[in-house]
Design a protein around this ligand. Structure first.
Ligand code: SF4
Length: 351
């Protein structure tokens, strides 16, 4: 991996302080996103992937708070002069610098666009407002023309008139296309897509994924694609991180993840997805044993040990594994690989 990532996350912790207890939603996460690369983030519901995205965007609100860690972002890459680093984790969540970056250099697509769009403003108003907020040297007419063009690019038919429609008058697929248009209008360095197709029917899902892949290549931006669907990751991502209970358990390239998964949780996830097989080669799908523990009561030792088919009694329930390197561009957090291994995140960083 190259030494200068677009975004470098180190030991990030975002916790929620509730009356019932503390939820360690993101608990010491380290990874990089390189410029122009699609990074998939997978894991079951509640593993912390959406909170991780919101932590990077600095939109986690109380009772949640990022309490530790660094999110080093290279603003210089936007101007073709890499090396202008800022730490997003140190920025006040409503400060002017993060507002300048958010929605312009780093943008986000959510699962359900209706909660992101204002229902009382037209699609066009919201896209134009986003453009004008970050670019003060263009006129309203120029911003409108750009909004029409980007709507056309994401496949909105007749964008000159659709731009004046309200979100509720569009179908789910069209709304998601408009959401993508809004996220791309500022030509971002990094697009974070949080389950962007989960709320859509299968046909529309395929169309939106194809569109996103096309636009990612065309705009050359990095993308962090959050999903519980390994099929989506296989189709879109070059690298993948697998999360469990707020931690990264495996981080590698997409081929290695599917061909040679090391972490027992990743292996179990892969066994639980259906694959097309020839007649007579039927294979029973397996579900991962047990269920995700209560967020208030984390298991001791390795957080996966109560469900792990390879757990070693007296070891896995006592010792917490660290992220270690197990191959080129491949790190894993499992005690089966710990002895003699080096620090994973650091190795991935410097390759
Ligand atoms: Fe399983 Fe032990 Fe590895 Fe955890 S550390 S994943 S319990 S083998």
């Amino acid at each position: 991996m190259q030494t200068m990532p677009l975004l470098e996350v180190r030991d990030l912790k975002t916790h929620f302080f509730l009356d019932e207890g503390t939820v360690r939603a993101v608990d010491g996460v380290s990874f990089d996103i390189r410029s122009g690369v699609v990074l998939g983030v997978v894991g079951e519901s509640g593993c912390g992937k959406s909170v991780l995205a919101r932590s990077i965007m600095r939109i986690v609100r109380p009772p949640g708070r990022t309490i530790e860690g660094r999110i080093t972002y290279d603003r210089g890459m936007r101007r073709g002069a890499a090396g202008d680093f800022v730490d997003l984790a140190q920025m006040p969540i409503d400060g002017s610098e993060i507002r300048d970056i958010r929605g312009s250099e780093i943008t986000m697509i959510f699962q359900e666009p209706m909660v992101s769009f204002s229902p009382v403003h037209t699609i066009g108003f919201q896209i134009i407002e986003g453009i004008l907020q970050h670019e003060t040297d263009i006129s309203k007419d120029e911003a409108r023309n750009r909004a029409v063009e980007i709507l056309r690019r994401v496949g909105i038919p007749n964008p000159e008139s659709r731009i004046d429609q309200y979100p509720f008058s569009l179908s789910g697929g069209m709304r998601q296309r408009c959401m993508i248009a809004m996220a791309l209008a500022s030509d971002p360095n990094l697009l974070i897509a949080d389950e962007p197709t989960t709320a859509l029917d299968v046909t529309t899902q395929a169309q939106i994924l194809e569109l996103m892949a096309e636009l990612q290549r065309e705009f050359g931006m990095a993308m962090m694609l959050i999903t519980h669907n390994l099929g989506v990751v296989a189709q879109m991502a070059e690298e993948v991180i697998v999360m469990y209970l707020g931690k990264i358990v495996e981080w590698t390239d997409i081929d290695t993840l599917f061909d040679d998964p090391k972490h027992p949780y990743t292996a179990e996830l892969l066994k639980s997805i259906p694959r097309l097989r020839r007649e007579g080669q039927a294979e029973r799908l397996t579900a991962i044993a047990g269920s995700v523990p209560s967020p208030y009561v984390r298991p001791s030792g390795c957080p996966f040990h109560p469900r792990c088919p390879q757990a070693v009694a007296g070891l896995c329930d006592v010792r917490e594994p660290e992220l270690v390197q197990v191959g080129e561009r491949h790190v894993v957090s499992c005690l089966l690989y710990s002895d003699g291994a080096s620090n994973g995140a650091a190795e991935m960083e410097t390759e």
